[in-house]
Ligand binder design. Sequence first.
Ligand code: SF4
Length: 70
Amino acid sequence: MAKYKIELDEKTCIGCKACTVVCENFIPDGDKAKVVNDTIEQSEFKINKEAEEACPVKCITITKIEDKEE
Ligand code: SF4
């Protein structure tokens, strides 16, 4: 099964907390947000993708990790 890497650019994050409302894999961290698990399974992809799409400054990036790299 494919896995995905989640990255959150804290420099770009404006701390709006939209991602933390959408997906529990994102939590408030001071005036920013942070990722709880930066590697997720296929089953978690959809909700994390929704958080990525909810981010107004597009600072969340989800990248597929090829199986062979694991
Ligand atoms: S939605 Fe984007 S800008 Fe808002 S807290 Fe989350 S990562 Fe930061």
